[in-house]
Design a binder for this molecule. Structure first.
Ligand SMILES: *Cc1c(COP(=O)(O)O)cnc(C)c1O
Length: 412
């Protein structure tokens, strides 16, 4: 048998890594997790191999069918990807995790991996636009019926569940782009269908959906978890049984995470908590400053007392995150001027990276929506979404206040 037949390459003389099992604080877990199968190296090892020697036919048969096997064929599993998955499962308080080639790979893997023709899904109206298109346009083609509800309205998900037919309840919190929250305790209490949360805006150092009884937590790790705008990556966490059943579809779907992206995802996880802390404190300062500006009609940030679900945010978020949205007086024209006037903040989609990014929602992330859909999602002609970066807070606040001044001088 080859030395790696046991699925580990740890040599006996290698000093053991500190065991994450002895710790519970997410900041500490983020540093310790995902090192089980590693050697003495302190950074993730990159396994580019697409295939691995099979020690015997019997072992091969077992390896081919095992969701946890990371040294058989990389579409099924890969050691670098497995290290990222293990770290995510640890941070989420989950038994297992499966990484995907993107956040949409994860969303598609969950929805099409779990639901069949004739099934029913309850989802919220406030969603990442890609997820919304998938539910609205693709699911009906496969005979999957979807009911959209207002995720911020108490009891809305439960009320739309059709006993015996609803397979999945799909939520996103905080939600794109207006930071509406879903009450996770309420969601986790739903019995019958599986419950899933896209928690991209609230990474594990902020919120852990599984702690509330939710079945599946998923992320676009392209965003805050990767955190450096250099990895396209998704991840789903849950019970070992659930992840194993998703794995059966995921291997056919072929949206497996690339080892290089998983390596960057794991690198990003190590500093997640300090990055989100900085982004949250700058976002709070920015939200307060914008709220006081006459050119701003309203600001949405979970950390503001004016957020309609501020009390819920305090209950289920350890920090309020780096995302905020606001409405400029002057609509579309002001929105356009604002994006042009910002000097430090850059106009780009995505979020959770080192650079502060601004997007005019109606003409970028939600450009494909019809006017009535924009209105239903709470996106106005002057809605701007900000992903606060890691620059000094004084610079971020000054830049965006200046841009607001220039954009709204003739409207306020
Ligand atoms: C970006 C995003 C996605 C999709 O992720 P990709 O990695 O771009 O495929 C899904 N959900 C949310 C909330 C997102 O912000």
């Amino acid at each position: 048998m080859s030395p790696e037949a046991g699925g580990e390459n740890r040599s006996p003389e290698t000093a053991a890594a500190p065991d994450a099992a002895g710790f519970s604080h997410p900041d500490t877990l983020a540093v310790l997790a995902g090192r089980r199968s590693g050697g003495a190296e302190l950074a993730p090892a990159l396994f580019c191999a697409t295939t691995f020697r099979i020690p015997s036919l019997d072992a091969g048969r077992r390896m081919a069918l095992d969701a946890a096997e990371s040294r058989y064929y990389t579409r099924n599993g890969n050691p670098t990807v497995a290290a990222f998955e293990e770290a995510m499962a640890t941070l989420e308080g989950a038994e297992a995790a499966r990484a995907f080639a993107s956040g949409m790979g994860a969303v598609t893997g969950v929805i099409l991996g779990l639901c069949s023709s004739g099934d029913h899904i309850v989802a919220q109206r406030q969603l990442y636009s890609g997820t919304q298109f998938l539910l609205q346009s693709v699911c009906p083609r496969f005979g999957i019926d979807v009911t959209f509800v207002d995720g911020a309205e108490p009891g809305a998900f439960q009320a739309a569940v059709r006993p015996g037919r609803t397979m999945l309840v799909f939520a996103e919190t905080p939600a794109n782009p207006r930071l509406d929250l879903v009450d996770l305790e309420e969601l986790g209490a739903i019995t019958g269908p599986l419950t899933a949360v896209d928690s991209t805006f609230a990474p594990p150092c902020v919120t852990r959906p599984l702690d509330y009884g939710v079945d599946i937590s998923l992320h676009s790790a392209t965003k805050g978890i990767g955190g450096h705008n250099d990895a396209t990556l998704g991840v789903v966490s849950g019970s070992a049984d659930l992840i194993a059943s998703l794995w059966g579809f995921a291997v056919l779907q072929g949206a497996n995470a690339a080892p290089f992206d998983a390596m960057n995802g794991l690198r990003g996880l190590r500093t997640l908590a300090v990055r989100v802390e900085r982004q949250s404190s700058t976002a709070q300062q920015l939200a307060e400053a914008l709220s006081a500006h006459p050119g701003v009609e309203s600001v949405r940030y979970p950390g503001l007392a004016s957020h309609p679900q501020h009390e819920l945010a305090q209950r289920q978020m350890r920090m309020f995150g780096g995302l905020l949205a606001f409405d400029l007086a002057g609509g579309h024209e002001a929105g356009e001027r604002f994006v042009d006037a910002a000097k430090l903040a850059q106009a780009a989609t995505s979020l959770g990276g080192p650079e502060t990014l601004v997007t005019h929602s109606a003409s970028t992330t939600h450009a494909g929506l019809a006017p009535e859909e924009l209105e239903a999602a709470g996106i106005g002609p002057g809605t701007i979404r900000v992903s606060v970066g890691l620059e000094h807070s004084d610079d971020v606040v000054a830049d965006l206040l200046h841009a607001t001044e220039l954009a709204t001088a003739s409207f306020a």
